[in-house]
Design a protein around this ligand. Structure first.
Ligand SMILES: Cc1cc2nc3c(=O)[nH]c(=O)nc-3n(C[C@H](O)[C@H](O)[C@H](O)COP(=O)(O)OP(=O)(O)OC[C@H]3O[C@@H](n4cnc5c(N)ncnc54)[C@H](O)[C@@H]3O)c2cc1C
Length: 405
């Protein structure tokens, strides 16, 4: 019987272990933490967005880097296979906005329980509190930390964000020593630092039903409707996370990024709406009347960008000032400076170079018998359950092919 070592007991490691054990291998998970799946526990704000119900083509559109590579493992073990896996193992699931699949209980711990029960039933061994620092290939074995020997190794050690969950990027050096290239590591799905905003007033303000746009010269990079928020450093929230994954770190100063604070109204309708509001309360200061239209904390920023004093009473506001106000509301420019630091990102952009991995089997083309799965690979996706699906599909394929090769 083949003995396989899985390095990393996260989502991809658990799935790799399950599929390898189902193919009859003797499987051991080595995990540096005191327990498995610490990152999985915090996913989806503790609710775990397991996958997404999107159909094949639509699903793949949400994979940003590594899409072509991912097609093989996704075809072999797709989102419906993952949903079936959890259902067949006793987890009720539900679908939410945008096809997001969650456990019906809203508890990531229930997802973890299913995986742990399955690992136990398949007699997968786990070694906890064990930090892998070295992997060597001898003639026909893999030696881990000069200590343990295995026929095969599957590296499922994650990326380099939320390091307190164990995925601290230490694996990249190990992969490089084995002869693999690791592409540039960057934050993905991350907040953006911004300058020139009154962040003392704005931090904590969330905006619902706004649109966020980024363009580079004449090319629109991103434009979506949704939610975002101002933070201590700049901007974050769902729209910003998705947009960040499309930005090039070396072109931050060149992007034009703006919020349309009133996307449901075109400029003319917005102008008329403001006119009506001002006519209703002609003697009140404009800044007070704008509360009908905007969150209070945003008013000073909007007025500052429009270069209008908020103390002017409504019937004194000129047509030019109203037009300037409308422009600011439709094009609230954000001067972005860069990504938040890596550790705060939801996902790692970059990882083990996909050119060096067989997409069907996840086996290394450089070190036969060595496999990779999950976030350690140079694949990343948008929010919505897509990243966990990457972990599950690649994990499943790595385990299956490793055990049956
Ligand atoms: C806050 C947050 C929320 C998220 N929410 C979602 C969501 O709802 N849906 C979604 O699809 N994705 C979500 N993600 C992304 C998702 O968590 C990852 O894509 C997924 O966990 C990657 O799985 P993995 O097994 O590859 O890596 P990990 O889950 O990071 O597991 C890697 C494991 O390897 C271990 N390890 C690392 N190095 C070593 C070593 N040298 N020796 C031994 N062990 C080691 C680590 O301790 C860790 O347990 C979220 C991420 C974050 C940070």
């Amino acid at each position: 019987m083949k003995n396989i070592c899985i390095i990393g007991g996260g989502a991809s490691g658990a799935m790799a272990a399950i599929s390898a054990a189902e193919c009859g291998a003797d499987v051991t998970i080595i995990e540096k933490n005191e327990k498995l799946m610490k990152k999985l526990y915090i996913t989806g704000k503790g609710r775990c967005n397991i996958t997404n119900s999107a159909y094949y083509e639509d699903f793949l559109q949400n994979i940003l880097r590594g899409r072509k590579f991912f097609m093989s493992s996704f075809t072999a073990y797709d989102n419906y296979a993952v949903i079936d896996f959890f259902k067949n193992n006793g987890l009720a699931v539900k679908e939410e906005r945008g096809g997001r699949i969650f456990p019906a209980s809203d508890k990531s711990s229930d997802v973890i329980k299913v995986l742990e029960n399955k690992l136990r039933n398949l007699n997968v061994k786990t070694i906890l509190n064990y930090d892998v620092k070295k992997i060597e290939k001898t003639k026909d074995k893999f030696v881990v930390n000069e200590d343990l020997q295995f026929d095969n190794v599957i590296i499922c050690a994650g990326g380099s964000t939320y390091k307190s969950t164990g995925s601290d990027g230490s694996i990249y050096t190990i992969a490089e020593r084995l002869g693999h290239e690791v592409t540039e590591i960057l934050p993905g799905l991350t907040g953006l630092a911004a300058k020139g905003l009154r962040l003392n007033d704005l931090q904590g303000v969330s905006l619902l039903n706004v649109s966020l746009t980024a363009s580079l010269g004449k090319k629109q990079i991103y434009s979506e409707l949704g939610e975002m928020l101002f933070t201590h450093f700049g901007i974050s929230g769902p729209l910003v996370l998705s947009m960040s994954s499309l930005l090039d770190k070396d072109k931050m100063q060149d992007y034009t990024v703006y919020i349309d604070l009133k996307p449901a109204l075109d400029e003319e309708k917005l102008y008329n709406r403001i006119m009506r509001d001002f006519e209703k309360e002609p003697k009140r200061a404009m800044k007070n009347v704008l509360r009908r239209l905007l969150p209070a904390a945003l008013i000073d920023s909007v007025l500052e960008k429009s270069q209008i004093s908020g103390d002017i009473v409504c019937n004194q506001v000129t047509a030019e000032q109203r037009r300037s106000l409308v422009k600011t509301l439709k094009f609230f420019i954000i001067d972005i400076e860069g990504f938040y630091k890596l550790d705060l990102a939801i996902i790692t952009r970059g990882g083990v170079n996909l050119k060096e991995i067989n997409p069907k089997t996840m086996e290394s083309k450089i070190v036969p018998g060595l496999y990779f799965a999950g976030e350690v690979l140079d694949i990343d996706a948008l929010t919505g359950g897509y990243n966990l699906q990457v972990a599950f599909s690649t994990g499943y394929c790595a385990g299956k092919h490793c055990a049956s090769s």
